[in-house]
Design a protein around this ligand. Structure first.
Ligand SMILES: Cc1cc2nc3c(=O)[nH]c(=O)nc-3n(C[C@H](O)[C@H](O)[C@H](O)COP(=O)(O)O)c2cc1C
Length: 334
């Protein structure tokens, strides 16, 4: 069964599942592994428009992506149309397929500056920001919004319409309000309402963790593409699962050994991209997710939290593999 493609501007994207932007989590190594396992589209960690304009070195690092990740978007955040316009133009040197603008970040520091989800309070500013980005870069511009500021102010439809009329080529909707942050259940009826109100593609986001929940998101909202954030923690395989489901192929979940090998591969890539110190601090948390459900996971997770070197992770993986072998032998003998 062949899966259809959607287009955002001139960019073709397989209608399976995209990886959501996740600052400090979905870095280059994480995205690389998700792409290997079938993520149809990826969005970078958020990049400060002002930071980029003032040539902040950390910001430069965030803009670097590998061709392997295409089609990909670089995501900007900021509250000022002038900086957003300038930064969108500057991003062209990194050759993104799409530029996305963050209108959903709930972090107090970002919100206080008027950026991220604070923009949900001001659809006219959304219009100005999108207009500035569209006018200064040669690629499609998209926005990622929330349902609204809080339960009393659900205005995703209004925000999406403002973005569309300013020239946005797609809108991603995280179906939670700012006050919900990341808790509570996503109310996907908001995504349905947005889909019924705009003509540009709508990306549905919130609580998708499997092929079944992806199918539900497509069927219940009519969205054009599904986006997965936390459901991919330690589980890049979720993209394979969704690919198989929509292509009508049998899905074989990874064995524990395969999961460990992918975990090591991600760590290795991370060391190559960021150096051992930064890589291992990021790996500590991610490895704990990969180990979920394995025998003695709690004890091994504790060891993960103290990893300093890639070689220590290699040793730990050898021990876990041995543990897995012993427990499978035990099962055979009982
Ligand atoms: C650790 C973390 C970092 C995030 N960083 C970003 C970000 O940089 N830009 C953005 O638009 N959304 C960001 N998000 C929100 C996610 O993209 C996504 O909208 C949210 O997690 C809901 O999807 P999920 O239920 O599939 O996780 C972040 C979420 C998490 C958990």
């Amino acid at each position: 069964m062949s899966v259809p493609y959607i287009t955002i501007g001139n960019v073709r994207i397989k209608r399976t599942a995209a990886l959501a932007p996740m600052a400090s989590v979905a870095d280059r190594a994480y995205r690389y592994v998700c792409k290997d396992h079938g993520a149809a589209y990826m969005v970078s960690e958020m990049i400060s428009a002002k930071g980029l304009c003032y040539s902040d070195r950390n910001t430069e690092e965030l803009c670097t992506v590998t061709d392997h990740e295409r089609p990909y978007a670089l995501q900007l955040f900021g509250e000022d149309p002038e900086y957003i316009g300038k930064a969108a133009g500057m991003l062209m040197k990194y050759s993104p397929d799409i530029i996305d603008i963050n209108m959903g970040c709930p972090v107090p520091k970002i919100v206080k500056s008027g950026a991220g989800s604070a923009l949900m309070k001001d659809p006219e500013q959304i219009y100005r920001i999108v207009r500035a980005a569209v006018g200064s870069c040669g690629v499609p511009v998209t926005v990622k919004i929330r349902s609204g500021w809080d339960g009393e102010h659900i205005n995703a439809v209004e925000a999406a319409k403002a973005a569309e009329s300013a020239g946005a080529s797609a809108v991603a909707v995280h179906a939670r309000t700012r006050t919900q942050m990341y808790s509570g259940k996503a109310d996907i009826s908001v995504i349905t309402a947005v889909k019924q109100s705009v003509s540009i593609p709508v990306i549905g986001n919130g609580d998708v963790v499997s092929a079944e929940t992806a199918r539900d998101m497509y069927e219940k909202t009519g969205c054009d593409l599904v986006m997965i954030g936390r459901g991919s923690y330690g589980r890049p395989f979720v993209f394979d699962e969704i690919d198989c489901f929509f292509e009508g192929r049998e899905y074989a979940p990874p064995t524990d050994i395969e999961r460990l090998d992918v975990m090591y591969h991600q760590a290795e890539l991370s060391v190559g991209f960021f150096g051992e110190h930064t890589a291992m601090s990021r790996c500590r948390r991610q490895c704990a997710f990969y180990l979920r459900g394995m025998p003695d996971a709690a004890c091994f997770r504790d060891r993960c939290s103290r990893l300093e070197k890639l070689s220590q992770l290699g040793q730990l993986i050898d021990e876990i593999k041995e543990r897995l072998w012993i427990s499978s032998e035990r099962k055979k003998n009982t």
